[in-house]
Design a protein around this ligand. Structure first.
Ligand SMILES: [Zn+2]
Length: 365
């Protein structure tokens, strides 16, 4: 991964987005931005299948005439979509890619761009997670990429981020709650990172850690103002999520943004898939994880829970629509989900300890 801390040699490389524009009608400025960054010629636009496809079509209308633009709809957001984008881009001799969507189409774009060795821009259509401006892709896709390509190298941050707050305002209320949850997670993620640095001598960047915590602080300072459809809420969330993404770019790893609370959420996703039940949105699961991991870390978990409540984010399994037994199960296997040292340690929680934790924090009753 680009931006990796090259430990031992004293060399660090920082890869971050070159151009970030956000605000109402930012979309209308895309052609101008792409031009100024030398992103010209032929582009492949990658979007989701429903609402994001409409935004993509608007964008294509604006860009056509100026450049050649082709459209790929990433239906599943999985590795097959990545391969389809690569094929289309190779056939069309594309110079760069543009990802339009909430999460998955952006991740598909990132991975395809890395494989093709081309640059890319992103147009986020919701403020639901911090992958907007980071070089990292979601956990499930990175696992698939490992199996398919034997790892992912050359992942870069987007060259341009065009966040149109008018577009993002129209996203469902749940996406705002999820974005807020993903930001609060930085409190536990950074604590886990510090722990791994002290106990396992993992490379640590104070700058990336501070920046990540700052993103969480910006969100919690405005917790009660986070409401969907408000220009100001969108602005705060987008700004903080981009900040978190840049912290990931600086660290060259998702470490500053993702610790035990994310491992809990990934475990829950895996268990839900096995059980054939629907998981909750990423940031909402992560929010529950943050409350519980903060408790384990000896942080002020009640304050974190209060901030989540102020922002209208679910703080119990019931509110999140999750089965309590699956929450407990996820807690017992979260430490095994990836090779990342956290407060969960090497052996994780026993079933009894997991249940006690979930009850003590009020996540289950
Ligand atoms: Zn996240």
């Amino acid at each position: 991964m680009r931006g990796e801390l090259i430990s031992g040699k004293g060399l660090e490389k920082i890869e971050s987005p070159r151009y970030i524009i956000f605000g109402p009608n930012a979309l209308g400025r895309t052609a101008e931005i792409l031009h100024s960054l030398g992103l010209t010629g032929t582009a492949v636009v990658v979007s989701g299948s429903s609402v994001t496809a409409v935004v993509a079509k608007d964008l294509i209308d604006m860009l056509e005439g100026d450049m050649k633009v082709y459209h790929v709809v990433a239906r599943q957001g999985g590795i097959e979509d990545v391969l389809q984008v690569i094929k289309e881009a190779e056939e069309r001799n594309a110079d760069f890619l543009i990802g339009v969507g909430g999460g998955k189409p952006l991740d598909v774009t990132k991975l395809a761009a890395a494989k093709l060795g081309v640059r890319y821009a992103v147009v986020p259509t919701s403020a639901s997670h911090d992958g907007i401006a980071s070089p990292a892709v979601n956990f499930s896709l990175s696992k698939q990429a490992e199996t398919r390509f034997g790892g992912i190298r050359g992942m870069e941050a987007p060259t341009a981020v065009v966040a149109d707050t008018r577009v993002i305002n129209r996203a469902p209320p749940e996406t705002f709650k999820s974005g807020f949850g993903d930001l609060v997670a930085k409190f536990t993620a950074v604590r886990d990172w510090e722990l791994a640095h002290k106990l396992k001598d993992e490379p640590y960047s104070e700058y990336a850690a501070s920046m990540s915590l700052l993103s969480a602080k910006i969100a919690t300072d405005h917790a009660s103002e986070i409401k969907s459809g408000l220009e100001e809420s969108t602005r705060i969330l987008v700004k903080a999520l981009i900040g978190s993404g840049v912290a990931i770019s600086i660290a060259g790893s998702s470490r500053p943004a993702s610790g035990s609370e994310h491992m809990f959420s990934h475990a829950l996703d895996a268990i839900a898939a096995k059980e054939g039940v629907k998981p909750a949105p990423h940031g909402i699961q992560v929010a529950l994880g943050t409350i519980m991991m903060a408790y384990l870390q000896g942080q002020d978990w009640k304050w974190i829970r209060e901030k989540l409540r102020e922002a209208g984010v679910p703080t119990t399994a019931e509110e999140a629509g999750l089965r309590p037994d699956l929450v407990v199960k996820a807690l017992t296997v979260a430490h095994r989900i990836r090779d990342r040292y956290t407060i969960l340690g090497v052996t994780g929680l026993t079933p009894t300890a997991a249940e006690k934790l979930a009850r003590a924090t009020g996540v289950i009753r």
